[in-house]
Design a protein around this ligand. Structure first.
Ligand SMILES: *[C@@H]1O[C@H](CO)[C@@H](O)[C@H](O)[C@H]1NC(C)=O
Ligand SMILES: *[C@@H]1O[C@H](CO)[C@@H](O)[C@H](O)[C@H]1NC(C)=O
Ligand SMILES: *[C@@H]1O[C@H](CO)[C@@H](O)[C@H](O)[C@H]1NC(C)=O
Ligand SMILES: *[C@@H]1O[C@H](CO)[C@@H](O)[C@H](O)[C@H]1NC(C)=O
Length: 964
């Protein structure tokens, strides 16, 4: 357990207060807190030619494997790779039958035909710490044994009809490498670490998590987005050029200053490149392949022609790109009434389709007034919706993108929405596609000569063509009479403020639908709505940004930022606010480069759990665009503190005290099951080949060997991965089987290293003997004799393996897959705020802390909470079991058509009152990893709420119960 545990949250809050006090009273003292270094990882992409070059950095454009590593491998005395298989790889042979190497046959003969492949890029890794020479630091880190560990997570593809769905990760230890820059003063001047950057068929979005091996300085883990950019092409002189237009290098203030912010639209988790329009009077977009860590301004190669027509009575013409949506491989834009798309070159996705090559104008005869995004892919495709005006008023153009091919269908199929709901004139102002139900929700404005203008929510079923009015939006804003929220029944009283709906937003994980405008209505069933009264009717919402982890940010027409925790009814103003002022003054005092007196927000978006702003700053007449975190939790905390604090005189000085409303002091997740069987995450591990160089530095050759080995490891995975947890079906088994057999022979035919696979597996090679996995034998630390001539590299086969037994890390996985009839169980440990007398009755404790569970789809899954009171520890342990009820049957087979759902756990009474500071900052050192106070809690805004994503599949049990 954790002896220091119960005290720390209070300690932390006091620390926060102290920092605040320091700011208020004596700004200079702030530096005292910052005596610890703040270090951070840096990662860039390098290709084979730029390895070891200072400041070299590449874009992820090339997607084909390289033969570069071949000449290195050919020097190996004893190839670590089975030449037969490599030959198959090159000749295009898809399957190789299992061959049996008879015992005693020795090593395979070296074949002249063999060719080894590698990935085209490396990741270059280093770190920097504020205020210190980075070069010396990196050197110091290396000398004290620091090694970056890189975990690459491949996003599984949209089209599961073409590519297998899998959750694949590869964990690689980085290899130190000396820079090529000449340096006389010291033996090592500049160095960094390298790993291969693997590519996988079907994946264009990769997450790279960098962590440390635990030695050397403390550097917090950092995540990088390393995505393929299919909108660039390599010129003959090796420079890169955009295919979508020409890059502009001048960020003129006019493009950004006081320009309204706009939403960033893309297919969640799938889009490798984001685009953003809205640059006034320019057919230019911002384009990024790093979630705006960096970006380009590109003038699009479209001819901005526009001809007004009887059917398309546009009032004005502009070059501005209004709506921009990015999908896995295709970009969509709207300019005036015209829409265009561009499919990038993604050979990893569709090797025959080389992209559209140019902007393609679609729906040429239509008058498009708006594009609406579809945030999630489904059924192997992505979708966009184009709302039309003029002759096709009352219809939606429903776009489907499959493998980069775009097609549109006019919906409803039979008759227009207006005639479907029996009105003469209507106009669709927003559309939401609910993929799980093949259902469109339409926000329809009805103008009837006999009545006033009003709005309805209409549902259209794509399969049955059925159209129905779900809800008629009240004409006026309800009068909440001081309540936080109001169930809209029609019987309540109303103000005389008209309700002006503008859009809708839907979260498929909790079925929460918002209708927004100068109000916020929310509903879990699209029929009964709740009015959230915290949001003032004088403001008008411009767009919502959903994290799909349970929180939503709101941007108003006046560029205010509000925040809502889904499932609760409070709406908080983040900007402008007192909390924001405190935050900005703290940042300015720390000379942060991310804040300036003159700034314009360009967009607001979520990345993982964090809310980010893209802002245009002007300082010293210099304009620049920066991405910065909006520390929601901190802002709310500053706000709460500034409302609730009390200055008390204690002796000669003032102290700050405040009321803490949080009902508990410690919360911990416990007893979490090992994750892999639920997350279906498959993870491989790879280490660089060993080198004999005294400094441990690698050479071009040893890095090339590393490339080849990682390539081969993933190739084996793609060929031989089978959904059983049997060593023979471990793809890497093929790697070491011959060596294993040699060893077995050497030891008299007995298998070594533990019990045989149980039950005995059907061997593909009858008569052979193999030992179970794993095989960390010295034997495989193999070839001390190998490759002496070629640079002293040792290849240790045991360094390349599949990991089956990942442990839970005291936090809920990002999401789980719940197979038919299975359950997921864990516990939540809570210590109540006030210490109870040791002999106190337990019901007092129970009444203090309670746990509530909110299920998004209670007809499909159920949750059972059992409570165990630990009286003498003033704590309660809640056992939570989440189970599939075997009730929902249309999810199809093996991971297709999964049902998205979620569970929300809440500690009763804690919303808005409990905070956990997970931000990196001065206070974080208080709570180092592995220290007792490091309670890993999901990084949600309110520490006491967990948003837990569940994907329910209909997969069989128990036949597949081993390991996927
Ligand atoms: C670390 O990497 C970054 C990005 O490539 C580079 O700008 C910086 O110069 C590197 N620092 C050192 C000391 O190599
Ligand atoms: C799902 O995708 C398949 C293959 O592309 C297609 O044939 C089918 O019609 C789609 N189903 C729906 C309901 O759109
Ligand atoms: C911000 O910049 C704009 C454009 O340069 C300028 O007109 C405005 O006066 C500036 N505002 C402040 C507060 O500096
Ligand atoms: C990727 O897909 C292509 C085309 O289907 C195939 O030729 C190639 O072998 C695949 N590569 C891997 C590593 O699976």
């Amino acid at each position: 357990m954790s002896p220091a545990g119960p005290a720390w949250p209070r300690l932390r809050v006091l620390q926060t207060l102290w920092a605040l006090l320091v700011v208020l009273l004596a700004p200079w003292r702030l530096w005292a807190i910052k005596n610890t270094q703040e270090c951070t990882w840096q990662v860039v992409l390098n290709n084979f030619e730029t390895v070891g070059k200072k400041d070299a950095s590449d874009r992820f454009v090339d997607q084909e494997p390289l033969y570069t590593v071949d000449k290195v491998f050919s020097q190996l005395v004893d190839a670590p790779i089975d030449p037969d298989e490599v030959r198959g790889l090159v000749s295009g042979k898809r399957e190789r039958s299992w061959t049996c190497t008879p015992l005693g046959s020795g090593h395979l003969p070296t074949l002249s035909l063999q060719t080894y492949l590698g990935f085209p890029y490396y990741l270059k890794i280093n770190y920097s710490c504020k205020g210190e020479s980075s070069e010396a630091l990196v050197r110091k880190g290396h000398l004290t044994g620091l090694k970056p560990v890189v975990l690459v997570t491949f996003q599984s593809p949209v089209n599961f009809h073409r590519w297998k769905i899998e959750q694949l990760q590869i964990q690689m230890e980085a290899a130190p490498f000396r820079s090529r820059e000449r340096c006389n003063a010291e033996e090592v001047c500049l160095m960094s670490w390298y790993t291969p950057m693997p590519i996988k068929n079907g994946s264009v979005v990769m997450r790279v998590d960098v962590s440390s091996n635990g030695l050397g300085p403390f550097i917090p883990n950092k995540r990088f987005q390393v995505n393929i950019n299919g909108f660039l092409e390599r010129q003959r002189d090796n420079t890169l050029q955009f295919t979508v237009g020409n890059e502009l290098f001048n960020l003129i203030p006019r493009y950004f200053v006081n320009v309204p912010s706009r939403p960033l639209w893309y297919t969640v988790d799938q889009a490798p490149v984001f685009i953003l329009g809205g640059i006034p009077e320019e057919k230019a977009i911002l384009l990024t392949d790093t979630n705006f860590k960096d970006f380009f301004l590109v003038e699009l190669s479209i001819d901005s022609c526009w001809v007004g027509s009887f059917y398309c009575p546009q009032t004005s013409f502009t070059a501005t790109i209004y709506d921009a949506i990015a999908t896995e491989s295709t970009l969509f834009i709207r300019q005036n009434q015209l829409i265009y798309y561009f499919t990038g070159t993604y050979t990893t996705l569709h090797e025959s389709n080389r992209g559209s090559g140019r902007w393609v104008r679609v729906l040429a005869n239509e008058c498009i007034k708006k594009l609406c995004p579809v945030h999630f892919h489904s059924n192997g495709s992505e979708y966009v919706m184009a709302l039309t005006t003029g002759k096709h008023e009352g219809y939606v153009h429903f776009g489907t993108i499959t493998d980069g091919r775009v097609s549109f269908e006019l919906l409803p199929r039979q008759r227009s929405v207006c005639s479907g709901i029996l009105v003469v004139n209507c106009s669709i102002t927003w559309a939401v596609f609910i993929a799980g139900d093949y259902n469109l929700l339409l926000l329809v404005e009805i103008e009837d000569p006999s009545t006033r203008k009003y709005f309805q929510v209409v549902s259209y079923d794509l399969v049955s063509d059925y159209l129905v009015v779900l809800y008629t939006i009240p004409e006026f804003i309800p009068d909440a009479r001081g309540l936080e929220f109001l169930m809209v029944l029609g019987t309540e009283s109303y103000t005389n403020f008209p309700m002006v709906p503008k859009g809708m937003s839907y979260n498929p994980y909790n079925n929460l639908l918002f209708i927004w405008g100068n109000f916020l209505l929310q509903s879990y069933n699209s029929k009964n709505f709740i009015y959230l009264a915290d949001f003032p009717k004088e403001l008008s919402i411009k767009y919502l940004v959903n994290s799909f982890y349970g929180d939503t940010a709101i941007v108003t027409e006046t560029e205010e930022i509000w925040y809502l925790l889904e499932g609760s009814y409070q709406v908080y103003k983040l900007f402008p606010s007192k909390g924001w002022e405190v935050h900005v003054s703290l940042q300015v005092m720390q000379q942060s480069s991310l804040y300036a007196p003159n700034e314009t927000m360009v967009t607001l978006f979520y990345e993982d759990h964090g809310l980010y702003q893209l802002v245009y700053l002007i300082d010293n007449q210099q304009g620049r665009l920066v991405k910065r975190l909006v520390p929601v939790e901190q802002l709310l905390m500053y706000q709460q503190i500034s409302n609730d604090y009390l200055l008390e005189r204690q002796g000669s000085h003032l102290t700050l005290s405040f009321t803490n409303f949080c009902p508990f002091t410690v919360m911990r997740l416990r007893d979490l099951p090992n994750p892999q069987i639920y997350t279906r995450q498959e993870r491989y591990r790879a280490q660089p080949p060993r080198v004999l160089e005294p400094g441990g530095f690698h050479s071009d050759n040893s890095l090339a060997v590393y490339q080849g080995l990682v390539y081969y490891l993933l190739w084996l995975h793609s060929k031989y991965d089978k959904p059983y947890a049997d060593p023979v079906h471990d793809p890497t088994w093929r790697w070491w089987k011959n060596k294993k057999q040699d060893q077995v022979r050497g030891e008299g035919g007995e298998s070594v290293g533990g019990p045989s696979p149980d039950p005995p597996s059907p061997s593909p090679c009858p008569g052979t003997v193999f030992a179970p996995h794993p095989v960390p034998q010295d034997y495989y630390f193999y070839l001390a004799s190998n490759w002496r001539s070629a640079g002293s590299v040792h290849v240790d086969m045991a360094s390349y393996e599949k990991i089956y037994d990942l442990k839970a890390e005291n936090e809920l996985p990002e999401r789980i897959f719940l197979d038919k009839g299975t359950s997921y169980r864990f516990s939540v440990f809570l210590t109540a705020r006030e210490p109870e007398p040791l002999h106190g009755p337990s019901f007092q404790l129970q009444s203090k802390v309670g746990l509530a569970v909110v299920l998004a789809d209670p007809e499909c899954i159920e949750a059972v909470v059992k409570e165990e009171v630990l009286v003498n520890r003033n704590s309660v342990l809640f056992w939570v079991t989440l189970s599939d009820k075997r009730f929902c049957f249309d999810q199809g087979i093996s991971g297709h058509h999964l049902m998205k759902t979620s569970m929300l756990l809440k500690v009763v009474g804690s919303s808005g009152h409990c905070f956990q500071n997970t931000n990196q900052g001065p206070r974080m050192w208080l709570c180092m990893e592995n220290s007792p106070c490091h309670d890993t809690i999901p990084h949600s805004i309110f520490a006491s709420e967990f948003f837990f994503k569940v994907l329910v599949s209909n997969r069989c049990q128990p036949a597949c119960s081993l390991v996927w």
